[in-house]
Design a protein around this ligand. Structure first.
Ligand code: PMV
Length: 330
């Protein structure tokens, strides 16, 4: 990493994606990207993003390259501006990102992307931030990214402060503390969903269920914290399914309706319920898209993946253990 004046300042970071057990949807401050409710997630070992940030004098504008294809740099620039404002650095940056999973598989995640960007950009700019401040920086890019700073089980606090200084993520359990497995069932190869920021804004504005969603968020978090503290997998799974279905109820009651599921999504949910009825402890969760994530214990991962692979509408499955937090690679 060369920090000398007049030369490139560069750093590379890796971050893993995550899946929320207790979901975040809605912002209490859109400008600062502060969530209206807290959330709890699992960091996923199988899905990661590597990002190199190079601040270069003479570059006219920020450039964002995703898997060697030039992409829209607007959201990336927004986060880089925060770093530039904090350091007085004027240079534009070259941002090069690669995912260890096919981007076309609809698994591209803003969580791993913005977490890796926050770590790499701050290091390249010489901005020394602790883990909490890095999670706040990542949150400015995307709420779920704040959680990808940490491994294992992670909680993102909504906080109360208008400046968002108390809206940060922190680790709840290390990945080794409770080995859990997530089986990802891909039901659509080319994911085209309504962007989460737009969707959340519409839910807050139009759904009659939105006030109830915000009011009951803290109870769901408290119940999940207890399930985790007691290593009660059944409780964790029931709460995760509940939070997922509550979120999708909120989405479906939004105008225009946010319906993220396809026929394969429904079939995969059914398959999870049938596996459970046959005695295998497995539960589903779904984000703002059509892919189904099945939560289970490592000893059942193969059975769950095989059953989901046979579901009509499921193109592919992936098995993930819990991953570690974001790290600087160079
Ligand atoms: O932070 P975003 O913009 O990636 O939105 C995340 C929204 C959900 O994935 C549906 C829920 C969550 O907590 O990750």
């Amino acid at each position: 990493m060369d920090q000398a004046f007049g030369e490139d300042r560069t750093a590379t970071a890796r971050a893993h994606s995550n899946i929320a057990l207790i979901k975040y949807w809605g912002k209490r401050d859109a400008e600062l990207n502060i969530p209206a409710v807290g959330s709890i997630s699992l960091t996923l070992d199988a899905l990661s993003t590597d990002t190199r940030v190079t601040f270069r004098e003479g570059l006219k504008q920020d450039e964002f390259w995703l898997a060697e294809t030039r992409a829209d740099a607007t959201r990336v620039s927004h986060l880089l501006d925060i770093v530039r404002d904090s350091t007085g650095l004027g240079s534009r940056a070259m941002v090069e990102s690669t995912n260890n999973f096919p981007t076309a598989a609809g698994l591209a995640s803003s969580a791993s992307g913005f977490a890796a960007l926050a770590v790499a950009a701050s290091a390249a700019a010489g901005l020394a931030l602790d883990q909490r401040d890095l999670s706040i920086l990542a949150r400015r890019g995307s709420g779920s990214a704040a959680r990808s700073l940490f491994g294992g089980v992670v909680e993102l606090h909504a906080g109360n402060r208008p400046d968002g200084r108390d809206s940060f993520a922190e680790p709840v359990l290390a990945p080794e503390a409770w080995p859990l497995t997530v089986v990802i069932a891909i039901t659509e190869l080319d994911q085209k969903s309504v962007n989460s920021t737009t969707g959340m804004g519409e839910s807050a504005r139009t759904s009659p269920f939105y006030p109830a969603w915000v009011d009951t968020g803290e109870d769901d978090l408290a119940a999940m914290r207890l399930a985790i503290a007691n290593r009660n997998f059944e409780q964790l799974g029931q709460l995760a399914e509940y939070s997922c279905l509550k979120l999708h109820g909120l989405m479906m009651s939004t105008r225009p309706a946010l319906v993220y599921w396809n026929a394969g999504t429904m079939a995969a949910m059914r398959a999870v319920l049938e596996l459970r009825a046959s005695g295998i402890p497995v539960y589903f969760t779904i984000d703002a898209g059509p892919q189904v994530k099945a939560l289970c214990l490592p000893e059942h991962a193969r059975t769950v993946a095989d059953a989901l692979s046979r579901v009509v509408g499921v193109h592919e499955t992936r098995i993930s253990a819990l991953g570690r937090g974001a790290q600087l690679l160079s």
